[in-house]
Design a protein around this ligand. Sequence first.
Ligand code: GBH
Length: 492
Amino acid sequence: CTAKTVRQDRRFPDDFIFGTATASYQIEGGWEADGKGENIWDYMTHNKPEVIKDMTNGDIAADTYNNYKRDVEMMRELGLDAYRFSLSWARLLPDGFTNNVNEAGVTFYNNYIDEMIKYNIQPMVTLYHWDLPQKLQELGGFVNPLFTDWFEDYARLAFERFGDRVKFWITFNEPREICYEGYGAATKAPILNATAVGTYLCAKNLVIAHAKAYHAYVKDFKPNQNGQCGITISVNWFGPATDSEEDHIMAELRRQAEWGLYAEPIFSQQGGFPKELSERVAEKSAKQGYASSRMPSFTDEERDLVRGSFDFFGVNHYTAFLASAAKEHKTYYPVPSLYDDSDSSTYTPDDWPKSASGWLKLAPNSIFDAFTFLRNKYGDIDFYVTENGWSTSPTAGLIDDDRVRYYRAALNSLLDAREAGVNIKGYMAWSLMDNFEWMEGITERFGLYEVDFEDPARSRTPRKSAFVYKHIIKNRYIDSDYKPESLTMTID
Ligand code: GBH
């Protein structure tokens, strides 16, 4: 056998931050424990259980509410530098507003955070990962312009209570999924299906809410707490299927519709919504008989408030799609809607390996493509991969070689991007453990640890990928020949 050479230049630096990510509704359970209020996922799954593929819900989920010490033990087993999780707004503020603080909820997060700090694991907190208090939804949620103030008040409470220990804040997880899937389509709570205008109203209010929270942090908390505040946007790669001009234009329009809508107002020099997409929406709105564009504009003051409101850019990246003007790839979208406005269709090649999720395939070097593009567009800023991962079926078990292949490929692509000069400072694998996968219930599993949902204790068992990830974290390079000797986990 030949001696293996480890390319030292392919190492992750010692200060590179390796972690895993989760979200409150997907793991916590305790849906009405100790004074927690109802959120839009509680409301939707209880009132319309049929919208979830297997009719399950997050009432118990992985029961982190009662298992948080085991979660932190798993973080220690993996040797994580950091752990990204989200706060449940309704657990802290049952009615959404700060007049009524649920101290039991504060205590739960204090315990979780303290347990991480005790073992030198850096907590990275997402303020909002999709579980809006139902009371605020009844007032219009993200399409009420006052949402921006409600969110700032909630953010301030979180900074006040947890900011002595939490130094990394993400305002929102995935604006596209909140605004397009929740308001524009019917694929996430509150399943509003307001295709024509919902997405755009939400997008505007969301970026302003983000900016208000960011400025509150910078002005009133950062001077003492010294942390950072940013946002996480889902940036899958959308490249042209061929080198034709049509495909290039289509890919650009698709990128603007998928993530430019939220990234451009915050990260671009000029601020505001993406130019070509805005023009199309205005044109189409006029033709469709609207008195004004379905996409709202920003006042100068709003534009200035939002642009530059970040310390870092968090990216959730999973896969890629090809934009194609060819007839056989044409998708017909509802009129009017975001994707109809963007005049774009996409597909993925049949030979890209498939996961258990319809939308998720292993695309070649897509982290490199996405991040070099972002760096060229928005400059030399700090990036974090805040989610990246692979799903398997519930019966696939512990030997998850396809997940191992995916993580190795993704981390290789990340190293390529770093070598090309993109400042990616950390990587959070999705997910620490199996959890409630939204509309898919528990039919798709993303965990490095398997969770037994039949077991009232929700026991957690490491998969093969957990050992491989642990080995990468410890050695700071990707050894593609590494095989765990056994699946017995220890804390090093
Ligand atoms: C992330 O979203 C979420 O932040 C996280 O909560 C989630 O568990 C994780 O990914 C895994 O899914 O079925 O064609 O309607 C990733 C972006 C957008 C991917 C919505 C799935 C559904 C596409 N997600 N998409 S489709």
